[in-house]
Structures are given as C-alpha cells and as structure tokens.
Ligand binder design. Structure first.
Ligand code: FAD
Length: 314
C-alpha cells in the first residue's frame, strides 16, 4: 500500500484501546414490534442528516460519491469524510442488514445489538463525521476526463432526476450493479446476483472507481462489509495526493513528546478533551440503548404472506 508520509510509528499499532463495552441490552425477545415512521432521536443528534437533490446540485462537485448507504458504504464514508474528502452517500432503500433479527457477531457488542439500531448508529456516525446523505437510486455512472458523473432517478418528493460530478466513486450498492454497465469494468453474473471485480484493496479496472462490501463478492457478514468499506476508503485516500498516515486519535504527546509532528490523519487530544469525548459517547450510547428500537422486524420481501406483518410496507 502506498504511504504518503514519512512518519513511522515505532510503537505497536495495537495502541487503539478498547472502550468500555455498553451494558447488556434488554434482550427480551417477547417485545411486540411497534410501528414507527420516525427513527429514534437521541442525545447524539443521531437521526441521519439527509440532504436534498437541490442542495446537492447547489453544492456542485464532490470529492467522493459513495453509491449505497449500507454497512460498507457508510463505513467507507466515515473514513473518507474524516480524511477531509467532501463525501456524498447516495442511498436508495435500506441495508439488507435491517432484515436481521439480532446482530450477534459484530465486534464490540457482547450481547448483540438490534440490527436496525446498529444501522441507525452507523448512519449517524457517517453524518457526524461529515458525510451528506442523499436518498436516491443511482441509475447511471459515466466516466469523464476528470472524474465521473453520477446520475440518479427522481423521486416523488424531490422532483427530477439529478446528476452530481465526483472525482472518485465507491460502489457499495449491494445488490445492484446495473448502473455500471456502461463502464469498462468486470462484472460477474451469478444467477440473479452480480459482482464487481476488483483488486485486493477495492480498486476496479477504471481509475477512480472503487468497490466495497458484498458487491465486491466479500463474505456476507456485516463486519466483513464494514472492514472492506474501511479498506477501500483507505485505498482511495492513499491513491490521492492527500497527505495521510492513519486515522488515529492519540493521547496528548504521543507523537510530539518524541519530537515528531502529529502525522496527517492523526490527532492528539489532552485528558480534558478525552474526558469530554468519553462523557459525550456515554450519554449518546445510554440514550441509544435506553429503549427497544421502534422499527418493525422485516423478513424476506419475496415471501407473499406473513401473518405477523414482517413484510415491507407498500
Ligand atoms: C436476514 C439477514 C440476516 C443477516 N444477519 C447477519 C448477522 O447476523 N451477522 C452478519 O455479520 N451479517 C448478517 N447479514 C449480512 C449483512 O447484512 C451483509 O453482509 C451486509 O449488510 C453487507 O453490507 P453491504 O454494505 O455490502 O450491503 P448493504 O448493507 O445491503 O448496503 C447496500 C445499500 O446500497 C443500497 N443500494 C443498492 N442499489 C443502489 C442504487 N442503485 N443506488 C443507491 N443505493 C443503492 C441498498 O438499498 C443498501 O442500502 C444478514 C443478512 C440478512 C439478509
């Protein structure tokens, strides 16, 4: 992997400490699911911040457009936005993870977590770190001399189809690859599924076009999709001219007390700031986990009849 900095960490990279595990959530599975149109409002200001097609048009060109706001796409967005790339996530529909009944193998949740809550928290993390979200279906992707033009269909509430120009694009749109058909990329058809070819780090054969998650034929597990989203984003960052070492938050003096500059992408924080961030995270997590998630359980949309109401709403 190319490195755009001379900085070398002599210490083990294992310096990223585990934070306190959240308290075990109430796992009472007898709770009847309740209907709610609204996502949970939390102390973290955590309902996703969506933008409109008009705002996207006014904002102009983006550094990065990510197609698909599921596990891989939102994780990729956390990394690109934190690295200072103006990032737009265009998402239509919802992550397949929202069908899960209880997510028990994602690291950091000893008693598991409601997958819809997890998806909400991931959206909030992406927007908190600077991503904009546009709720549209991407239907076309065109290569230009200096990047890409991403085309979306319109929707009932927000008018006409729209386009947005981008320097780089990450395809994280499991399970849709149709908008890539006009490009010279390798697509593997496997029955009803289509997978986009890439190298080990998420680069496709088209310069500036990357792929992340299940669409890249990675294992069908959330942690793999998240990890691949992060890896693809880091590849994109390293491929650019942006100076970047690692996305690390370190204690005050970690680099500077050893006579080093804080490497690009890293941050040193003092004890006061660390405590403030810890308190904020405790308050946010306490609120996230204070009540069962209001969204209904889903099941496979191909099922024609489900007498406990787990099919998608019309
Ligand atoms: C019933 C079920 C249970 C599961 N349980 C577990 C589990 O317990 N543990 C585990 O690790 N994994 C589980 N998984 C798997 C996990 O959900 C997936 O591996 C993971 O979500 C894949 O991430 P992704 O980002 O590639 O795709 P997704 O999370 O599905 O995200 C893709 C996003 O792209 C959007 N999109 C698609 N096409 C377009 C387009 N043209 N324009 C804009 N947006 C588009 C989709 O609507 C979606 O929001 C489960 C899956 C299912 C179906």
């Amino acid at each position: 992997m190319p490195a755009n900095t001379d900085a070398e960490a002599t210490d083990s990279a294992a310096g990223a400490e585990a934070t306190d595990a959240p308290a075990d959530p109430d796992t009472d599975t007898a709770d009847a699911p309740t209907d709610s149109a609204a996502g949970p409002e939390t102390a973290a200001g955590s309902t996703a911040r969506e933008t409109s097609a008009a705002a996207v048009a006014a904002d102009g060109r983006r550094d990065v457009v990510i197609v698909g706001g599921g596990v891989a796409g939102l994780t990729a967005g956390v990394f690109t936005a934190r690295a200072g790339f103006d990032t737009l996530v265009v998402n239509d529909g919802e992550s397949i993870l929202r069908r899960n009944a209880h997510l028990e193998n994602f690291p950091g949740f000893p008693a598991g977590v409601n997958a819809r809550l997890f998806a909400d928290m991931l959206e909030a993390q992406a927007t908190r770190n600077g991503c904009d979200l546009l709720a549209r279906r991407v239907t076309a992707l065109r290569k230009t001399d200096d990047g890409f033009v991403v085309g979306t269909e319109g929707d009932g509430a927000d008018g006409e189809p729209t386009t947005v120009a981008a320097d780089r694009v990450v395809a994280a749109s499991w399970s849709d690859a149709d908008y890539l058909d006009g490009l010279d990329v390798e697509i593997r058809d496997a029955g009803s599924k289509r997978y986009l070819g890439s190298d080990d780090l998420g680069r496709t054969s088209v310069e500036g076009l990357y792929v992340a998650g299940r669409l890249a034929e990675r294992y069908h597990q959330a942690v793999v999709a998240a990890g691949h989203g992060a890896q693809t984003a880091l590849t994109l960052i390293h491929d650019s001219d942006a100076p970047f070492y690692n996305d690390w938050v370190t204690p005050e003096g970690y680099f500077t007390d050893r006579g080093r500059e804080v490497p690009p992408g890293c941050e040193e924080i003092d004890e006061r700031e660390r405590r403030a961030r810890e308190r904020e995270s405790m308050a946010a997590m306490g609120e996230y986990f204070s009540e069962p998630h209001p969204d209904r359980q889903r099941t496979h949309p191909s099922l024609v009849d489900d007498d406990v109401g787990r099919l998608p709403e019309e």
